[in-house]
Every structure is written in C-alpha cells, then in structure tokens.
Design a protein. Structure first.
Length: 571
C-alpha cells in the first residue's frame, strides 16, 4: 500500500515540479526538525504553494476552489472549534446528507480528517484551497473569540488580596497614555490574577509570551512548564506595561531588554518578583521569577539530599579554608544549596560576604553584594574589594571566567572558605572545565576541597501516591540489583486536586559529591580524563546522580521517569 508521503512525492516528481536533489534536502530537513513535507518544500522555496496545491488537486482528483468567491455555511463551519480549524488549517463549508465538505490546505492529512469526522459524526469530503485563504476565512467565519474574554476573566476572578508594597515610579508626561491603560481596572486585575495564580501553584516562574494571535501564559511548577492561560492578543501591551510600571521600568522602551523587580503582599506574605522583559519579533516576552521566602528551603537537612550527602556537606563546610563548588544546569538548585550551607555555618564570630548576580534572597546577618557590570561592578572587581573587608567566608554567585576563578582560588589559598557555582553537568566535569579555563592543576589541588553536582527531581504527591508492578527485565535494564529489592513495585502519583492533577508536589535534591582525596588529587595533577576521575571517586564511595535518584525511586519518593529525565546513565 502506497503511503501518503509516497503519493505526494510521486505527484511532485512525475509532474517535474521538484528535482530529486530538492526532495532529498526536504526529507533530510523533515527528519531533523519534523513537520509536513509539503510545508517544508514550500518554506525551502523549492515549489510555490499555488503550484503545489494545483498538482495535488490534479494528482488526487480533488476539486480546487477559491474561498474568496465561495459562500460558506456558517452553521456548518462552526461545527468544529476554532482551535481545531486553525491547528489543521481546515474549514467546513457545506453539508449534504451525512457528508460534510471540508476545505483543506493539506488533503493528505488523515489525522485532520479523522479528527473532524469524530467531532461531527459525519463523513468528510475534502477539497483543496490555499492555506492563507483558509486562515483568512477562519478569521471571518468564526465569532471573535477575544470579544468578551476580558470581561469574562475579570468576572470570574475572586477578590484578590494582592497589595503592591513599594510605591510606583512617577511617569513622565510623554508616557501618560500608555500609563493610563496600564492602570485601568481590567488590566490591573488580570495582572494580579496571574501573579496570584503563580504563587498559589508554587511556581518558580511565570512566562508571558506573545504569539501571532494570542498571548500564552505558562507557569514553571517544580521545574516543568505548564500552560495555564490564553489571553487575548489585544491585552498584551497593556499587561506588559502594567508589569513595567510596578517594576520601575521604562514603559516607552520596547526595543531593548529590561530587568527589574517588585514586591507584593499576597495572602499575608511578602513575595519578591524578579522581572525580565525581552523584545521578540511578535512583541515583548516577560519572564517573572517568583522568590517566595515562605517556600524557600534554606535548611541543609531539608534539601532532600541523602543522609550520606548531608554528612559530607556539613564536614567540608566546617573546614577553615578551601573552595567548594556546586555545579549543574540552570534551575537545578545550586544557589539554594549555597544559601543552605551559609545558614549552616553562619555565626556571630564569622564575617560572611556574598557577591551575586542578582541577590536572590536577603539573608539576615550576611553581607550581600549585587554585581552591576554596567558601572564596572563585576564579580572580579567586587571580589577584590571584598578581600579588604576581612571575610571568613565568601560566596560567589557564579564562576564565569578565568579572572573570577583566579581570585577565588587565591582567596581559598589565603585562608578563606570560598563557595561558588559552575555550569557543568557532572562533578568530575567541573575539574576539566576549570583546567580548560586556564587553572593550573597544582592550584586546583591546593585550593579545591569538594565539588557537588546537583539536580532536582519532582516528589510524588503524598495524597494520590499509588504503587504499580515493575517487570524484572526493566530492573535489569536499569542496572539495579534484583536481590536488593524486596517487592517489584515502583510508585507514582495518580493526580489529585492537591497537586493540580500533576501527580507531583515539591522537589527533592540529588547530590553527587566528589571529595578531593589524595588519589583524586594525583589524577588531577596528571591531567587525567574526566571519566578516570569519576571512576576513582566511585571506587572511593561517591554515589552518582543516577544512583542517588534510583535510591529515591526505591524509597517511593519519586518516579523512575523523573530520574531518567534529569540524570544520565553511568558508564
């Protein structure tokens, strides 16, 4: 049986509309990025859409119509939701008995035909039209989906207890019109609703993203993005302006990125928001980082690390000098771990100074400096000044260049305890990265005492937790010892109201702790490869991220899917 893809290829090749070379390039692009072959051919400029449609019409024996001159039956068109019509680029135009005629840009899309058939209960008779004409017809035929959406959102909102803590900046006369729109009740209420929902769902970020015909709002809950609201496109500029107003940003600037912050009171607690506005081709994208102190866990015992990992961290944190590095990708909890270590070692007898970009949480009793590169206050320049402040412990938000790591190492060598983060995926990889940055191995051996690689996994919701059997073959594939497992069962969350039907609630930390033992130092001095350092560390008792994750799976704390999502297999 000839596939749909083969039918398309035969039509185009037989009619000499494309060459074999062009077809091979399009197929390679499809394998790499996905998508419809017909759309890829048009986008790559190998064939005009009108020529493609004409060829399909002749090759498949389907009529080709001009939608601009065709009278569409509105009742039939509205038998399918506007979202389905836009997604598949289709529009039903007429009905005869138990058959509906559907205009399609891609008549080979059997998924679209099956979907419409199941939605309506009718047989589908496909005909062909230009995709641009179909999209224009959809906009004309379907009622304005944004009409009344604002009023509906405002009407459905409960009375919010959100209160802006700091005063708003005075707006210049030239910005008065934009400022007035940003202060109107619907805009204020919708913005407050988004902020409140983010806090209520314990999200770490709110993303407001403009798209061609709508504004998408997503929340990052326990490290995973969840789509929440669809806001009318005509509300986008006003919502962005409202956020700029409360963040003391320039509402008249739309071409350059801007960063700011604000603080609000929600449900009798103060919540900090860090704001990043980024211009895109479709408008300004806003990312709001939620810094909820009530949700922050700054206790080294409550980060979710294993007892062994916590014991090792406490031991190295009490050392008088040296450098401790925490590495991992963005959002893996590195800064939180450093804060927890600082809280653990903090005492009136110690002078602790941090330099961060920016300061995430204000820690009582600890001196925190926020870098400002635009005025010359970089990590390196701040560190030079900090060393004159007689600190016992220095925390550097991130090591980004040789200059910063050079000062950090010299600080560790001269009697300071230095804590910092580094963007690498494994603990052994951090050593290779530092050497590549230009650090001499003998300096690493003299200063570095510990490297922690970290990840966060979502915790199974305790209210809908259930067990399920696991096959012995899967146990063996995961390289687990069947003899150490009492019951061949794993756990998962079913999804309930408490966890917003996600099956997860909260997160736990995984820590791979590499201690610089004499044998590991010897390997570093000889510039050994990353795998050799990791191998030696495992011989001396280091648990890898995958091993730590599997331990949590067996304890019923997280799922196998979560561990496989954030960790890589051990060699």
């Amino acid at each position: 049986m000839v596939s749909l893809k083969e039918r398309l290829i035969n039509i185009l090749i037989n009619n000499k509309l494309i060459t074999q070379e062009q077809l091979d390039k399009a197929i390679a692009a499809q394998r790499e990025k996905g998508g419809r072959l017909s759309e890829i051919l048009v986008n790559m400029g190998f064939i005009k859409e009108d020529d493609l449609i004409s060829a399909l019409s002749v090759g498949l024996g389907l009529p080709l119509i001009d939608l601009k001159r065709f009278k569409i039956d509105l009742a039939v068109a509205r038998m399918i939701p506007v979202e389905v019509a836009r997604y598949y680029q289709i529009i039903p135009v007429s009905q005869m008995g138990k058959t509906i005629t559907v205009v399609m840009a891609d008549p080979l899309n059997i998924f679209a035909i099956d979907h419409v058939s199941s939605l309506t209960g009718y047989k589908i008779n496909p005909i062909i039209a230009n995709s641009q004409d179909i999209l224009q017809a959809i906009e004309l035929v379907y009622p304005d989906t944004t009409k009344g959406a604002i009023e509906k959102l405002v009407k459905e909102m409960t009375t919010t207890s959100l209160e802006l803590i700091k005063e708003e900046k005075e707006i210049l006369p030239s910005d008065q019109e934009l400022s007035r729109v940003a202060r109107e009740a619907p805009v204020v209420k919708i913005t407050e609703m988004l902020l409140k929902k983010g806090v209520e769902k314990r999200a770490s970020d709110i993303l407001i993203e403009p798209q061609e015909k709508k504004v998408r709002v997503r929340l990052r809950i326990d490290g995973v993005l969840q789509e929440e609201e669809i806001i009318p496109k005509n509300m986008h500029a006003a919502i962005v302006s409202r956020i700029k107003v409360i963040s003391d940003l320039n509402i008249a600037e739309h071409r350059l990125p801007q960063d700011g912050r604000f603080k609000v009171k929600i449900q009798n607690k103060e919540v900090d928001f860090r704001v990043s506005v980024l211009p895109s081709s479709l408008g300004e994208k806003v990312a709001l980082r939620i810094l909820d102190k009530s949700q922050a866990v700054l206790d080294i015992e409550k980060l979710g690390f294993s007892i062994d990992a916590v014991s090792k961290l406490k031991k190295v944190a009490k050392l008088p000098h040296g450098m401790i590095l925490v590495c991992g990708p963005t959002g893996s909890g590195k800064t939180t771990t450093l804060y927890a270590i600082l809280k653990f070692v903090d005492s009136p007898q110690k002078n602790i100074v941090t330099v961060e970009d920016p300061v995430e949480y204000q820690l009582e009793g600890i001196n925190q400096v926020s870098v400002r590169p635009e005025i010359g206050l970089t990590f390196a320049s701040a560190l030079r000044s900090i060393l004159r402040q007689d600190p016992n412990i220095i925390m550097i938000g991130e090591i980004r260049d040789f200059e910063t790591v050079d000062i950090a190492i010299k600080s560790a060598l001269t009697g300071h305890l230095v804590l910092s983060t580094l963007h690498t995926t494994t603990s052994a990889g951090a050593i290779a990265r530092l050497i590549n940055m230009g650090v001499e191995p003998y300096l690493l051996n003299a200063s570095l005492i510990c490297v922690v690689a970290q990840r966060l996994v979502r915790k199974i919701c305790p209210y809908c937790k259930e067990e399920y059997p696991i096959k012995k073959e899967i146990i063996e594939t995961l390289k687990l010892d069947p003899g150490s497992i009492k019951k061949f069962v794993f756990f998962r969350g079913r999804g309930c109201r408490s966890c917003f039907n996600l099956g997860y609630s909260g997160r736990l930390g995984l820590a791979e702790i590499l201690l610089l033992t004499p044998r590991v130092r010897e390997l570093i001095l000889n510039r050994a490869q990353e795998y050799a350092i990791k191998q030696q560390a495992r011989k001396e008792g280091m648990k890898t991220l995958r091993e730590e994750g599997m331990a949590l799976v067996l304890q019923g704390e997280t799922t196998i899917e979560e561990v496989l999502r954030v960790t890589t297999a051990d060699e």
